[in-house]
Design a protein. Structure first.
Lengths: 818, 367
């Protein structure tokens, strides 16, 4: 017996009771252990169990003395232990069931739910293991570890050695006592009512693997507060159609059939017991081929006991009876038997490599017959044609099949797959909700706990938190030396922005945060007129760590439309071709780029444009109306990469009018908008300077309305690029120091936006191309967005007099006339 | 009516084993086998597949070659070798394992099974012309007239003169099911123990054992009272005690002499009763042959080794169970006393391997 970290015998009920009390005292400790710590430990254990290692060899030497399986079968099974424990496999299981690992450690954001959830262990878990596949009890134990339960493993009389060796390997490796003192291994004779009663009354849940009598024994008098998770008894089958056999080698099919039967001698619930073959399949040919495969199967059968031989004798008697009506005799080898039974009704096999082949007329009769055994059905190894797939899977699933695999793969399940029609790990936790809305106070408390940058602000009010800006992100965000703005980087996206001049800023979003962001965007798209059956071309520029294309793509995924993820940097010819083929009626993109495209493409008709990145000015609108026939221009949302979605528009709203999303806490400081986003906990956005001037309007049913006015800094937004006036100044300074200049932005029909740069000296000797190259070098966004030729057309460098304000007589360095 | 070989066999002493008795048995076997061969398609198919014909059964060694039908087939399929119109009685097994066999008897077979039962009991000193009270731990045959055990008990009561018969398992109309009337049994036991007329208690040993324990009975039955058990401990296997301890127990609690405590092993599919002699040994009569077989190879095992029991009989021409492979473990021993004929020991139920895992077994789905 193994008792929470030591090998020791216990002999009476009182000691078992004490043991269960000890288990109680360990719950909290394990609940506080980060799940990754458990995974890392198990991954280390995985290495200890590699083929040929100490524990592997120990088990290989000892198990044949206890188990009836052949030594090769034992070896084959031991080969799986290391993989079972490795990080990737375990993580996959957890992610399949819980979506994130985080939810096992702390209250965390859930994709759809507005509050937070955390998955807590049920507490004390009794595993009643079956003796069929000795690895099964270890897998059950792992389920307990992964869900942070305290585990009591009740051994099967037929499988005692392996769990003890496994416990020893944990004990030796686990210096930190991560899990070694969180489980116990016990044995008592099945049916011992006194012990079972004691355990039932002192446990939180029982996970029971095995036959019906065992399950009934645990169900009996089970206190209402104890959860019973029963796995078994189950039956699995194979189904093969004529069409499938027409297109597959009978030899390969037979080998695969045998694989599903011979491994663990049909003792697993996923082992095939009946092979259903469609009428018209040559039974004798198939039986002979399967027999050949059995004869060539590399692992020999277990030693059978006398009773098992009797069970096989019964099947032989049935086979004799079948022979009378079919004329097809059974085939028996040294360690297998194949019987063609003409009845279409499912019938359990005596196991130990006894295959019962049964005919079926068509999928309707097969599924109807199987339906009577709905409760018992588990896996179906399926050999059907592609044409048959939908109907077969649907009808068999309705009949009770819980899992489909290709023939030959029934016993090698995919990591993270559900078992017996349910996700098993979810059953071992209580999913606890924290229905406190993630309001500002809650958000601030959380980030102070998790993010080093805000360590010193615990308990303080929002007004006491520092104002932040792009520089804050540059110095503390992803890629910075401290990364003190980050909680952790698990399952996150990192996007770049503002790389026009100097270093780009990086913003991190947790996967679930990005998903939520995109869902908000999707809602606003639908609100603003994206309709079912729209065909949408996403023409934002993809790649380069930019967020817009990805965000729109994911957001559109949540809309009832068809999307064409084309990308803004695709060649004109290809874009033209995609438009001609799929005829999108909605386009998402940057206004400047869309205008360029409109000028260069022909015969395209688009009714709606969703734009972002810059304003849609009148000249752009007119161009798009003229060339594409656009009749609806909709802002794709007021957002930035750093912050995420900030505001949304409503249909028929005035230009510039927006509403704040619920997760935005706005502050207006000197007419400039600063925001805190409670959506962003992994890299918190707190009192962040947007650079936009806004005016708050009234509140209405949609929330707080505001008017977006202008940039408060000297940022230039043109051709879908953002850069600063100073960037132009810096370039001109390389030509001549202290050069005065003026930049004027204009819109021109037929041409689009232009930027004119005026300087106050004679630059006749300056090579225009050289100057433009210098601008490219400084402002990489421009280089990546606008070709040299385009840029030349739209840029004018002149030594004309600066434009002056008529009233004040002063000239401004930046004049936006668009 | 022509006298058949089987009729001749049943005229003979069931415990006489000689060259002549062997020939009588072989002749009856050929005769019955031929009837099944011609009357049952499956039987014929099995013999043909094994390339053997009834005419080829010439000596005792040939008997070992005849094909067997395993008992589960009779539980799963309805088999008959005669015209269905000729069937006069159908008896069902108890269905302990979840499935029941139905044995069909034509008039000849019914008469013969009664006759052979009487002959065997007579030879073992169990029949009597005296009057007895009967307490039967079985179903009232008037209601459960298709059940083998009820038939047997009714038959057994006919082997003596009768004063009164009390059937302990009675139909409860409220529950719409048969119930053991425990209180009624206790009353009857007390009543019969005080009677001058001796008593014969028939039926499942577990029921009587449990009632004696539960009601802490200690009674003195009149001399020449008997306990004739049968049917094994069935669902009370965990309470089973050895035959000798049970005999001691019954003697101590009911004062029934040990030599009058006789167990019977029978199967509805087979029909031959294997009955304890006064020393408590189940005797194999010449009306049957018993072999013990290895479940893996089906080889016949020597005396003293445990294996699957195969029964062969010849009296039944309407039901093709003449060579029956059972799912019971048994041992065959040579007689070591004055009664000829082998001794059969029943070891237990076979094919009940403990469930190893979560793959279903047939018995579970049948529940």
């Amino acid at each position: 017996m193994y008792l929470f970290g030591e090998f020791k015998n216990i002999s009476n009920e009182e000691e078992i009771k004490d043991l269960l009390d000890i288990a109680d005292s360990k719950k909290n400790n394990l609940a506080n252990t980060p799940i990754r710590k458990i995974l890392f430990f198990l991954d280390e254990l995985s290495k200890e169990w590699q083929v040929g290692g100490y524990w592997y060899n120990l088990a290989l030497n000892q198990l044949p003395n206890e188990l009836s399986f052949s030594k090769e079968m034992i070896k084959n099974t031991l080969d799986l232990v290391s993989d079972l424990l490795c990080y990737d496999e375990l993580e996959k299981r957890l992610l399949s069931e819980f979506g994130t690992l985080e939810s096992l450690d702390e209250f965390s954001i859930h994709t759809h739910f507005e509050g937070k959830i955390q998955n807590f262990s049920l507490g004390k878990l009794l595993h009643v293991s079956a003796g069929n596949v000795f690895l099964g009890c270890i897998d059950s134990l792992l389920m307990g570890f992964l869900t942070k339960n305290i585990n009591i493993l009740k051994l099967s009389s037929k499988n005692q050695t392996f769990p003890k060796i496994f416990a020893e390997s944990i004990l030796k490796l686990d210096k930190e006592k991560i899990i070694s003192d969180k489980f116990a291994i016990l044995y008592w004779k099945g049916g011992d009512e006194n012990v079972e009663k004691l355990v039932k009354n002192n446990i939180d849940a029982i996970i029971a693997w095995g036959g019906e009598s065992m399950l009934e024994s645990y169900k009996k008098d089970l206190p209402i507060n104890v959860k019973l998770l029963d796995y078994g008894p189950k039956i699995s089958i194979q189904v093969i159609t004529k069409e499938f056999l027409n297109f597959n080698s009978i030899k390969t099919v037979s080998e695969n059939i045998v694989n599903d039967i011979a491994l663990w001698d049909q003792a697993a619930c996923a082992s095939s017991q009946n092979l259903f073959i469609e009428d018209g399949v040559d039974v004798t040919l198939l039986m002979n081929s399967i027999a050949d495969s059995f004869n060539n199967y590399k692992l020999s059968r277990a030693k059978l006991d006398q009773d098992e031989y009797v069970d096989i004798l019964k099947e032989k008697a049935r086979a004799d009876y079948s022979y009378c009506s079919t004329g097809i005799d059974y085939i028996q080898g040294d360690d297998f038997m194949i019987h063609f039974d003409p009845s279409e009704i499912l019938r359990p096999s005596p196991l130990n490599r006894t295959l019962i082949i049964k005919p079926f007329k068509n999928i309707l009769t097969l599924s109807k017959n199987l339906e009577n055994f709905k409760f018992y059905l588990q896996t179906c190894g399926i050999g059907i044609s592609r044409n048959q797939r939908n109907e077969y899977l649907r009808l068999l699933a309705l009949a009770g099949i819980k899992r489909f695999t290709p023939i030959g793969k029934m016993l090698s399940g995919m990591s993270g797959a559900p078992h017996d029609g349910k996700f098993g790990l979810r059953d071992l936790v209580n999913t606890v909700s924290y229905e406190q809305p993630n309001d500002l106070d809650e958000f601030l408390a959380n980030i102070c706990d998790k993010v080093a940058f805000f360590d010193n602000f615990k308990g303080k009010k929002i007004q006491d938190f520092p104002l932040t800006d792009g520089e804050t992100i540059l110095l503390n965000g992803p890629g910075s030396q401290s990364e003190s703005l980050l909680s952790n980087k698990d399952y996150s996206f990192i996007f770049a922005s503002g790389g026009t001049s100097g270093s780009p800023k990086y913003s991190m979003y947790k996967a679930v945060e990005f998903e939520k962001t995109c869902k908000l965007l999707a809602k606003s798209y639908i609100l603003n007129g994206l309709e079912q059956s729209d065909v949408v071309a996403n023409l934002f520029v993809s790649g380069n760590m930019w967020s817009s294309f990805s965000a729109v793509q994911l957001a559109l995924q949540y809309c009832p439309i068809t999307q064409l993820p084309i990308g803004g940097k695709t060649s004109i010819e290809d874009i033209q071709s995609y438009f001609n083929t799929f005829k999108p009626n909605v386009v998402f993109g940057l206004p400047g780029m869309l205008v360029d495209l409109a000028l260069k493409t022909q015969g395209i008709s688009v009714s709606k444009v969703f734009y972002a990145g810059e304003a849609m000015n009148d000249s752009n609108k007119k161009l798009l109306e003229k060339y594409w026939g656009v009749n609806k221009f909709i802002s794709a949302g007021y957002a930035s990469v750093d912050v995420g979605p900030i505001g949304f528009q409503v249909p028929n709203g005035k230009i510039g009018e927006h509403y704040f999303f619920d997760h935005i806490y706005p502050e207006i400081i000197n007419n400039e908008l600063f925001v805190t986003s409670t959506l962003r906990e992994s890299m918190p956005i707190v009192r962040y300077k947007t650079g936009d001037q806004v005016r708050l309007l009234e509140k209405d049913i949609n929330g707080q309305k505001f008017m977006l006015l202008a940039r408060s800094d000297k940022q230039i937004q043109i051709w879908s690029c953002r850069f600063y006036l100073n960037d132009i100044g810096d370039v001109l300074n390389t030509i001549k120091e202290n050069l005065d200049y003026q930049v004027i932005l204009k819109s021109k029909l037929q041409v689009g936006d232009i930027m004119q740069i005026f300087v106050d000296c004679d630059l006749n000797n300056i090579d225009d191309r050289k100057l433009l190259n210098a601008i490219y070098k400084k402002c990489k966004d421009i280089e990546q967005t606008i070709s040299f030729e385009q840029f030349c057309i739209k840029t004018s460098i002149s030594n004309n007099s600066f434009v002056k304000n008529e009233r004040t007589g002063k000239s401004s360095k930046l004049i936006d006339l668009r | 009516m022509n006298t058949t070989c089987i009729d001749l066999l049943l005229e003979s002493n069931p415990f006489e084993f000689s060259q002549d008795s062997s020939q009588l048995f072989l002749a009856s076997l050929r005769e019955t086998a031929l009837k099944h061969y011609n009357g049952n398609v499956f039987f014929k198919s099995l013999w043909d597949k094994n390339m053997i014909h009834p005419d080829q059964i010439k000596d005792e060694a040939d008997i070992k070659k005849i094909p067997m039908i395993m008992v589960n087939i009779f539980k799963e399929f309805e088999l008959v070798s005669c015209d269905k119109a000729d069937i006069v009685l159908t008896l069902g097994s108890s269905g302990t394992g979840g499935q029941r066999s139905l044995m069909h008897l034509d008039q000849g077979s019914l008469d013969r099974v009664k006759k052979l039962a009487y002959k065997i009991h007579e030879e073992l000193g169990i029949t009597s012309s005296k009057k007895y009270n009967y307490l039967c731990f079985t179903y009232d045959p008037k209601i459960a007239n298709d059940l083998g055990t009820a038939f047997t008990d009714e038959l057994l009561t006919s082997f003596t003169d009768i004063n009164e018969v009390y059937y302990a398992i009675q139909f409860d109309e409220r529950k719409n099911d048969f119930q053991l009337n425990e209180a009624g049994v206790v009353d009857k036991l007390i009543e019969f123990s005080k009677s001058d007329i001796p008593t014969r208690i028939l039926g499942f040993p577990a029921f009587l054992y449990k009632i004696i324990i539960d009601y802490d009975l200690k009674l003195t039955f009149p001399k020449d009272s008997w306990l004739q058990t049968g049917g094994g401990w069935k669902n009370h296997a965990n309470e089973e005690i050895s035959k000798s301890k049970f005999r001691d127990f019954i003697f101590e609690r009911l004062a029934i002499p040990k030599e009058n405590n006789r167990d019977l092993f029978g199967m509805v599919e087979h029909g031959i009763p294997y009955i304890d002699c006064s020393q408590g040994k189940l005797r194999v009569p010449n009306y049957a042959r018993v072999f013990i077989r290895d479940p893996k190879t089906l080889e016949i095992l020597p005396y003293g080794e445990i294996g699957l029991i195969q029964f062969i009989c010849t009296y039944n021409s309407s039901y093709p169970s003449m060579s029956l492979l059972t799912t019971d473990w048994g041992i065959l021993k040579k007689s070591d006393d004055l009664i000829a004929g082998d001794i059969l020991e029943i070891v237990g139920r076979a094919g009940t391997s403990k469930h190893k895992g979560c793959a279903i077994k047939a018995a579970e789905m049948l529940r």
